[in-house]
Design a protein around this ligand. Structure first.
Ligand SMILES: [Zn+2]
Length: 454
């Protein structure tokens, strides 16, 4: 008989920590009851909701750490992008599935139970469509289902090489897609929809999709589906947008498209004051990827002003130089401390504990951006639970109220012991049952990809 409940000594509910919490779920993995003050012997000490990773390009897991040697010119996002293109130009469907499976195991082990995949590797290396047009996206979906990861697949609209409808370069041909094709991917993937899987869409950026295309795509997408876009990540992109449109990227988007709660604006690093307020008021989520943004030298998001304006945030691992929810949240807070020369930034009048504030805020924003019923231990949500390792010295004698601060800010040991996704145990004692086979396959694929990459 499959496990259908868990009794936790302490569990993090939407309104905070509660004691002796019984969580029950149905055969599909949706929570049916959350009861507090229940007698019995707890099976777990500290239980928190699994985190949503709202921004991923799975194939980039294979190049993490390979772009950290200085070249002859000033290294920047744009030189990193050259290496990314070399990987993107070669990876096969089988290789992508192997890389995605490794990524999902990494992410599950480190506290993520959902991923939003921003997927633009549509075509074969020669630019032809695959016989099954959604083949590459299906491979990522298969890796998610094999590993137990919840997934929101976002087929990407990628038509242009720069502002003003510039032609794609040769190396961008694999990404080539128009609105009709993206809607075709959405349609093809819709048969997989269910508790563990949702399909939205993503205009790649204001560089790669015209405003008219973005309007057309979002109008045609079925109601309620998530829409993600990269925006204002790099100062050079802001400058190019100003030169093209006379407006900054976020201002330009908000002026032309009805951006609402369906939307996730990924990065949104470079905002002026008016954009910060307008984005917060839109109800869209700012999709922050602190380890990648730090790695690429993007800049720092105006977190304090955005939160003060009621803005919604979530976290993603994007290029996968990190694959831990803790690392993203810690970077997010530390970037702001360094910038402002102050401590304990991400708090509000009600929640003064930074770890709790960040974990809960990223859960809410991540759940919204995923378009799935996740992000809380509450009836109707997925039974996505993390059981923390209460025997670890970092949690020695810990009161529940201190657990998230200890998790986010003390050391680099992984405190995630067991992980349930949709009520299924996918990580037990820190291990995934298929992790050895997945790692062996990943290692073979990495050897193949590196051979091809100078
Ligand atoms: Zn990205």
């Amino acid at each position: 008989m499959k496990q259908r409940s868990l009794l936790a000594r302490h569990a993090l509910l939407p309104d905070g920590w509660r004691e002796n919490v019984l969580i029950e779920w149905d055969g599909d993995g949706a929570i049916t009851a959350v009861k507090t003050g229940v007698d019995g012997v707890p099976a777990a000490h500290f239980v928190i909701p699994g985190m949503v990773n709202l921004h991923s390009h799975a194939f980039q897991r294979a190049m993490a750490g390979l772009a950290e040697t200085a070249g002859d010119t000033a290294d920047s996002f744009w030189t990193w992008r050259e290496l990314m293109y070399r990987f993107a130009g070669r990876i096969t469907p089988e290789q992508l599935e192997a890389v995605a499976a490794q990524l999902f195991v990494d992410c599950l082990r480190h506290g993520f139970t959902s991923v939003c995949e921003f997927h633009y590797l549509h075509r074969a290396p020669d630019g032809a469509m695959y016989a099954r047009p959604a083949e590459m996206a299906e491979r990522v979906a298969h890796a998610a289902s094999r590993t137990g990861m919840g997934l929101t697949m976002l087929p990407v609209l990628y038509s242009h090489g720069g502002f003003g409808g510039q032609a794609l370069s040769e190396r961008q041909q694999r990404f080539n897609s128009d609105v009709e094709q993206v809607l075709g991917f959405v349609d093809a993937l819709s048969s997989l929809r269910g508790g563990q899987f949702e399909v939205g869409a993503a205009p790649h950026s204001l560089r790669a999709a015209s405003m008219a295309q973005i309007g057309e795509l979002t109008n045609a997408l079925p109601a309620g589906r998530p829409i993600h876009i990269h925006i204002a990540e790099q100062q050079a992109e802001v400058d190019a947008c100003l030169a093209h449109s006379g407006q900054r990227p976020v201002a330009w988007l908000l002026d032309h498209i009805k951006v609402d709660q369906r939307w996730c604006l990924v990065h949104a690093t470079h905002l002026d004051e008016a954009e910060t307020g307008a984005l917060a008021a839109s109800g869209a989520v700012a999709g922050l990827c602190p380890s990648t943004e730090g790695n690429l030298g993007d800049g720092l998001f105006p977190l304090t002003d955005f939160l003060a304006a009621g803005g919604r945030i979530g976290i993603g691992t994007d290029s996968h130089v990190g694959h831990s929810a803790v690392e993203e949240l810690r970077w997010l807070e530390y970037g702001q401390r360094l910038r402002r020369q102050r401590r304990n930034i991400a708090v509000d009048g009600q929640q003064r504990r930074v770890g709790d504030y960040l974990w809960q805020a990223a859960l809410r924003g991540g759940a919204q951006a995923s378009g799935r019923h996740v992000g809380a231990l509450a009836v109707g949500r997925r039974a996505d639970l993390l059981v923390l390792d209460d025997a670890h010295p970092n949690l020695a004698g810990a009161a529940a109220a201190d657990v998230l601060n200890l998790l986010v800010f003390a050391g680099n040991d992984n405190l995630v012991r067991d992980v349930l996704v949709g009520g299924n145990t996918v990580i037990e004692d820190g291990r995934h049952p298929d992790q050895a086979a997945i790692a062996a396959r990943y290692s073979t694929v990495l050897a193949q990809l590196r051979e091809l990459t100078p």
